[in-house]
Design a protein around this ligand. Structure first.
Ligand code: HEM
Length: 286
């Protein structure tokens, strides 16, 4: 067991856990990033509810939300880290796992601070329906992310996380990966959005997504309707073009916006300690 507050020790154990030969593309990294994002993406600025504090996915109302299907795998992988470092809260563990995974997969360093706490019951969980619906378009994602306090540039930067991982027909119903190296963080997603021909395809389950088949390499890549909307909406498209051209700028902006996402709803004092945690237990400073 590590010393309370020794996040370096936790980081090392998360990094060591990423390689998972029997799972997906051999890495738990992408699903850790999605866990971190879904833990935070319930935030509603107007009512100041939701967000990564609380780790509400431990409860059926949030964890069993179809929008979170598949994230039980990420949570199960991380149990061994929690057992080894029982002082860390789940809310900190899940957000830190996303940040460590991005870095380990070749992405930017993202600032991260601990101190989140875990809800002791399910009375403060955000309602379902706050996460984006991939079957929709630009208006929908602008509405969902502006509720959290993000502008168009930030929405596009965040969407660049689809460089990682894949869609699973038994989770979201969509199928396939966005890029050929889904465990390597890069700006490839933006380049492919602009450079490939994306054709609408109706899957056997009736779900509509966009596909590109490359005859030379015999590989098929996919985009969600919401991904495609980043190229059809002029305000989104200019940032897709920017990030496709300028990888450093994408990494810089992604780091800032992912940090902002992880901090939604969390209030800290000058020392960095979280001051707005109630109805909660744990927290490394308590
Ligand atoms: C996967 C939708 C934004 C990170 C997925 C999947 C869907 C989806 C449908 C497939 C899930 C599955 O079947 O396993 C969306 C929509 C978004 C959005 C509609 C709004 C624009 C984001 C953001 C991030 C993110 C903001 C992180 C910053 C990921 C990652 C995966 C993923 C890493 C791969 C997970 C895996 O491989 O298991 N997303 N997403 N997404 N999403 Fe998003």
């Amino acid at each position: 067991m590590s010393k309370q507050g020794d996040f370096e020790a936790v980081r090392k154990d998360i990094a060591a856990l990423l390689k998972q030969p029997g799972y997906d593309d051999g890495s738990a990294g992408p699903v850790f990033v999605r866990l971190a994002w879904h833990s935070a993406g319930t935030y509603d600025a107007e009512t100041d509810t939701g967000g990564s504090n609380g780790a509400g996915m431990r409860y059926e109302a949030e964890g069993g939300d179809p929008a979170n299907a598949g994230l039980q795998h990420a949570r199960a992988f991380l149990e061994s880290v929690k057992e080894k470092h029982p002082w860390i809260t789940y809310a900190d563990l899940w957000t830190l796992a996303g940040v460590v995974a991005i870095k380990e997969m070749g992405g930017p360093t993202i600032p991260w601070k601990g101190g989140r706490t875990d809800y002791v019951d399910d009375s403060k969980l955000p309602p379902r329906g706050r996460l984006p619906d991939a079957a929709q378009g630009a208006d929908h994602i602008r509405w969902i992310f502006s509720r959290m306090g993000f502008n168009d540039q930030e929405i596009v930067a965040l969407s660049g996380a689809h460089n990682l991982g894949r869609c699973h027909s038994d989770r979201s119903g969509f199928e396939g990966a966005w890029v050929n190296s889904p465990t390597r963080f890069s700006n490839q997603y933006f380049r492919l959005l602009l450079s490939l021909q994306w054709r609408k395809k109706i899957l056997k389950n009736g779900i509509v997504q966009f596909m590109n088949y490359d005859e030379d390499t015999e590989t098929e890549l996919m985009m969600l309707p919401t991904d495609i909307s980043l190229t059809t909406d002029p305000s989104f498209k200019k940032y897709v073009e920017l990030y496709a051209k300028d990888k450093d700028r994408f990494f810089e902006d992604f780091s800032k916006v992912f940090d902002k996402l992880m901090e939604l709803g969390i209030v800290r004092d000058a020392s960095g300690a979280v001051t707005n945690a109630d109805n909660v237990k744990g927290g490394y400073h308590s």
